[in-house]
Design a protein around this ligand. Sequence first.
Ligand SMILES: Nc1ncnc2c1ncn2[C@@H]1O[C@H](COP(=O)(O)OP(=O)(O)OP(=O)(O)O)[C@@H](O)[C@H]1O
Ligand SMILES: [Mg+2]
Length: 389
Amino acid sequence: MPIQLIVASPEPRFHDFVREQMALTPNAEVVGQHEDMGPNLSVRILQDVNLNPQSAVLLDISADQEQGLRALEQIKLAFPKLYVILSGVQCSEEFLLRSMRLGGADFLQQPLKRAEFSDAIARVEQHGERLHRQSRQLGRMYTFVGVKGGVGTTTAAVNFAALCARQGKSTVLVDLDMDSGDAACYLGLRHQYSMADVAENLDQLDQAMLEGIMVRDPLGFWVLCAPEEVERSRLIGEQHLREIGSFLIERFDAVIIDGSRALDDLLLSCLELSESIFVVLTQEFPAVRNAQRYLGALARAGYGLEAVKLVLNRVDKKGSLYVNLEQLKQTLGAAPFWGLPNRYEEAMQSVHEARPVVTRGNTELGRSYRDFAKKLGMDGQPAAVLQKK
Ligand SMILES: Nc1ncnc2c1ncn2[C@@H]1O[C@H](COP(=O)(O)OP(=O)(O)OP(=O)(O)O)[C@@H](O)[C@H]1O
Ligand SMILES: [Mg+2]
C-alpha cells in the first residue's frame, strides 16, 4: 500500500529531511507540506486529507506545543482514524500523555534520526494495512477436490481463478498438489519459491513477502505454488495451511485451492475456511465409487450438500462404459451441480499454449466454465480494469 504523508513544520530543514527519507522509502510520498503554522493550519491539513484519505500527518510541535495540541485535537475530531505523528525537541511525560489522550499515534524526538524515522514510517504502513483489512470483507475460498488423479481438478481450478481475475476480483490460486503441482505449468509460469517458503517464515509473513514468493499470471491473479522438492512438502502441516488460508482470505477477494490430492488432514484444514467445495469427478466407475467415499467423509466431517457441489467433468451422456447420469445421481444421492463437456482437444490446446481455456476464443469448454461461474452468481462480464493488490 502507498505511504502518504502530510508534513507541517516551520523549519525548512525538517521538510528537507522528511522529503529525502520519503524519497528513499519505496512506495512513499509527501502529499502536503505546510511551513506556515498559523491558526488555520488544521483546516489546511484537513483539505489535504480530503484529497488523500489514506495519508498520515507529521506535525512538528517544537515551536508551540499548546498550539500543536489544539491542531491535533481539531484534526482528530474531523478524522478520528487519521494517523498523526507529533515531533518535538523535548516533551514532558505529562505532555505526551495529553497528546495520547487526544489521539496522537506516535512521537518522534528531534533532531530527527534516520532509523527512528524509518521505523515510524513502517508503523504508518502497518496502520494503513490494518485499516484496509478492517474496511474490506473477508474473501471467499473455493476448493476443488479431485476424487482421483487425472479427473481435471487442476484444469477446473486454473480456469475458475482466471474467471475470478477477469471479473476484477483480487485472486490467488493455491496449488496444494504436493506431488506434482501442475498449476504453474498449466499457466506457463516459472517459480523460484513456494508454499514451503511461506510455511517456514510464517512469523514474518506480510503482503510484501507473499508477493515475493508468489508468481503472477498475466490476467492479474497470483499463484502460490507447491514446493518442487518432495521433502519440503512434508514440512507443511495443517496448522501452516490454516494460517496461510486465513492470511489469504483477509487479503484477497477469491482464494482458489487446487486440491488434486487425497482427502487428507491437509486438505481438510483448507475446507474449514472454504465457502464452496467442488468435488470433481468423471463418469468412470472408480471415480464415482471414490466420489461416494469422499461425500461420506465430507458429510462425517460436517460438510453437507449446501457447501459441497459435484462438478462432473468430461460429461458423456451415451457411453455404455461409463456410469450414466441417472445411476450417478442415485449412487451419490445428488445431481451434479455442473457438468463440463468432454473436449480433450480444447483442454490440451490450452495446456499447450499455457493459457486457461476461458481466455481462448470461442470454445465449448470455455463457455461451459463461464456458465458455471454464472450459476454461482458471479457476473459473466469481464471487468474493464484488473484490480491490483
Ligand atoms: N473437460 C475436459 N475434456 C477433456 N479433457 C479434459 C477436460 N478437462 C481436463 N482435461 C484434460 O485431462 C487431463 C487431466 O487434467 P488435470 O491435470 O486438470 O487433472 P487433475 O485431476 O488435476 O490431474 P492430477 O491428478 O495429475 O493432478 C489433462 O490432459 C487435461 O487437459
Ligand atoms: Mg492436478
